[in-house]
Design a protein around this ligand. Structure first.
Ligand SMILES: Nc1nc2c(ncn2[C@@H]2O[C@H](COP(=O)(O)OP(=O)(O)OP(=O)(O)O)[C@@H](O)[C@H]2O)c(=O)[nH]1
Length: 376
């Protein structure tokens, strides 16, 4: 029994939906359950009391509440959820208006009005909720004050009608204010968590992905490669003699050099390739859908771009070069061994004069180098 109840409350909830969406789905389930049962029970009561039009209205409302819940579960799409919520709010509003017109049981019908503001605000959000509430309040005022002598409208005293409207407006205002604050807090929390997540994956100096962010991209790319069977390549770049740049210019200028290098590295990359800061003066390239030869070709062009024109750092021209080690990642290798091989190729490039691109064949693990590098 408890299991079924839990299943009902969480029906339609999906782990990949946003928290806010899942919360709304749960509240729709709960509200539809309460709405369906209360209107059904009141319908039976009205039927026993031989108030057939009231009982028919309540039974219809009960069915509509149930349908609105089924709608969001049966068709789990954003459109279905919008329709479900629209149906639920409309049903509640129409039912309330009918209860105000007929008076319900002993003229207690208008009391159900107070359900409308919180439900409308929560389900429809601040702006749409406010518009719906304004339309509802105007309709209520017309019914209460526009048909004073009409026999089909229940007879309420003037004092009751004005107090009813004032108190309804107060509840509406409070609900709107509450929803506005709730949405603001939610947006702020979302913004902060996105900022934290971004900071956790990005390097504050270059704004590139940091090691953690790059590692996640590597894992994603590896999974994609296993599906597509098309290899990709990784490369580690290490700025040549960076220590001497730091030693002669200072750490701050060194930072600026790293920043400008990251811009140059990025300038020649295709949109789908990824650049990250692997640590210190080391960068990582992920060339998606690219074999070793393709990555070497791309890196040659990047290397040329860096070495040909000096950087301008605080008014000084600085010539900077970088060495690159490349390795292909295929289904036969794993990421850590590919990184290890890229590192070996990088050491090879450093040992052989720097400012060069070297690759290690993924088949025999023997280093070979591109056109500008020494052949092994
Ligand atoms: N300014 C600055 N320096 C850094 C940063 N991270 C690492 N470094 C410095 O980078 C230098 C790296 O020097 P080494 O590893 O000796 O290598 P290198 O001088 O680049 O020489 P080779 O790699 O052999 O060409 C060290 O002095 C580090 O302190 C950083 O974020 N900013």
């Amino acid at each position: 029994m408890l299991g079924r109840l839990k299943q009902y409350v969480f029906s339609g909830v999906k782990s990949h939906y946003k928290d806010e969406t899942n919360r709304r789905i749960i509240v729709v389930n709960l509200f539809a359950a309460v709405g369906t049962s209360i209107t059904f029970l009141l319908g039976i009561r009205a039927f026993i009391d031989a108030e057939y039009s009231l009982s028919t209205t309540l039974f219809i409302a009960s069915i509509v509440f149930a349908i609105s819940q089924r709608l969001q579960v049966r068709f789990s799409s954003a459109t279905a959820r919008t329709w479900s919520i629209t149906l639920l709010i409309s049903c509640l509003m129409v039912l309330t208006l009918l209860l105000i017109i007929t008076g319900g049981k002993d003229n207690t019908g208008p009391l159900w009005m107070y359900l409308v503001p919180p439900v409308t605000m929560f389900f429809a959000g601040f702006v749409r909720g406010l518009l719906a509430l304004i339309a509802f309040t105007v309709t209520c005022a017309i019914i209460l004050f526009g048909f004073n002598d009409a026999s089909y409208v229940a007879d309420y005293t003037y004092a009751f009608k004005t107090r009813l409207l004032y108190s309804f407006l107060t509840v509406s205002f409070l609900s709107a204010f509450y929803e506005y604050s709730r949405q603001k807090s939610y947006d702020t929390a979302l913004y902060l968590s996105e900022q934290f997540e971004r900071q956790a994956k990005h390097d504050h100096l270059t704004n590139l992905l940091n090691r953690r962010g790059a590692q996640q991209c590597l894992d994603r790319e590896y999974a994609r490669m296993l599906r597509s069977k098309r290899p990709f390549s990784v490369a580690i770049a290490d700025v040549d003699r960076f220590k001497s740049i730091n030693d002669t210019l200072g750490h701050e200028q060194g930072d600026e050099v790293l920043r400008q290098i990251s811009v140059k590295f990025n300038a020649r990359l295709r949109g789908q390739d990824i650049l990250g800061r692997w640590g210190g003066e080391e960068f990582i390239f992920i060339f998606t859908d690219t074999d070793e030869a393709g990555a070497v070709q791309a890196l040659e062009s990047i290397k040329e771009l860096l070495s040909k024109a000096p950087l301008s750092v605080y008014g000084k021209e600085i010539h900077v070069t970088s060495s690159f080690g490349v390795s292909e990642v295929s289904a036969e290798t794993d990421i850590s061994s590919a990184i290890r091989r890229a590192d070996q190729a990088l050491y090879y490039a450093k040992d052989n004069g720097r400012n060069r691109v070297c690759a290690i064949s993924s088949i025999n693990s023997s280093p070979f180098s591109s056109s500008t590098s020494q052949q092994v």
